[in-house]
Design a binder for this molecule. Structure first.
Ligand SMILES: [Zn+2]
Length: 312
């Protein structure tokens, strides 16, 4: 426990964080340094303390984005969505195509569309979908292929108009943003009244957090994940910006569980994302999936939280 020298909470404004702290290294990309996470006793959100500056974050991310070419082709799962959904029941993967009911006539935003797998699929189904992405290369390539993807130049402003969207989703993005209150206001601005917002983030209430401790989801993905939420803390934050909680659920993807296990089994390895997984052999993965699904019949709070909110 440490209550000294802590910064005010950027989520609820409490003057200091007074809960559990963690001193962590970067386990996944091998950045040199140590970072501290601290828990806010008022709202329960766990955040980097001190919060990195924009310049520091720019440095961290400079070696992060790879040059993986984008693939706009549709995979088997797009032809047989029921098969994809069935597989995800086993793998635990959280995939917006499985639970977002986007139909033609609805305007949808994939904020942080990354390698465009979800975006291309919704687009092929006739959904009026747009994307937002940091990487100029991704934005250029998407635009050249006829996709409405715009570049994120500032996290203070989402590059779309007021009340433009029926649905907005952010998959594993919100925890990377350094001003969650300002960003919630922006999300509210671009959504139509009664518009839906889906956020997927790591879940601090997960049972696996207690099992893996500092190794959880590979060292809390320090220093890239700036905030760590639970369903209640995220719903409270969203509620202050005019969103009502519709529902929330959580799943543990087998790939996340492997990250947990690898970080625990190889505590001195700080390049877990830079090398191939040592546990990626198909028989190992199948066993892990089966063990996870059986265990999680009895576990309600799992690693990846999805929260569905509605703008009031
Ligand atoms: Zn707080």
């Amino acid at each position: 426990m440490n209550t000294s020298n802590s910064e005010p909470c950027l989520v609820c404004g409490a003057s200091a964080k007074n809960g559990l702290t963690y001193q962590l290294r970067d386990r996944r990309m091998g950045l040199a340094g140590e970072w501290r996470l601290a828990t806010c006793g008022a709202c329960g959100v766990i955040s980097m303390d001190p919060m990195p500056s924009d310049v520091q974050l720019g440095d961290y991310y400079s070696g992060y984005a790879g040059d993986v070419p984008l693939d706009f082709s549709l995979k088997a799962g797009s032809r047989w969505p029921w098969l994809r959904k069935l597989f995800h029941h086993l793998s635990g993967d959280v995939d917006p195509r499985d639970f977002i009911k986007a139909t033609t006539g609805l305007r949808v935003l994939d904020y942080g569309c990354g390698n465009v797998g979800y975006l291309a699929d919704f687009h092929a189904r006739g959904v009026d979908i747009a994307g937002a992405e940091l990487s100029a290369r991704v934005v250029d390539e998407c635009q050249q292929n006829g996709f409405d993807v715009r570049q994120v130049k500032s996290f203070s402003e989402i590059p779309f108009s007021d009340a433009e969207f029926d649905i907005v989703y952010l998959m594993q993005v919100f925890e990377h943003l350094r001003d969650p209150n300002l960003f919630m206001e922006e999300l509210s601005r671009i959504l139509k009244p009664k518009g839906l917002l889906y956020l997927a983030v790591p879940n601090t209430d997960s049972v696996w957090r207690g099992v893996f401790g500092r190794h959880w989801v590979s060292g809390w993905f320090t220093p890239f994940h700036l905030f760590h939420y639970s369903a209640p803390s995220l719903a409270r934050l969203a509620g202050r910006h005019g969103f009502a909680l519709i529902n929330s659920w959580s799943n543990t993807p087998e790939s996340w569980f492997r990250l947990n296990l690898e970080a625990r089994l190889f505590p001195s390895d700080n390049l877990l994302d830079r090398r191939s997984s040592r546990l990626a052999a198909t028989p190992i993965r199948i066993v892990l999936m089966c063990v996870l699904r059986l265990a999680e019949l009895f576990i309600r709070n799992r690693d990846c939280l999805v929260i569905k909110l509605q703008k009031q």
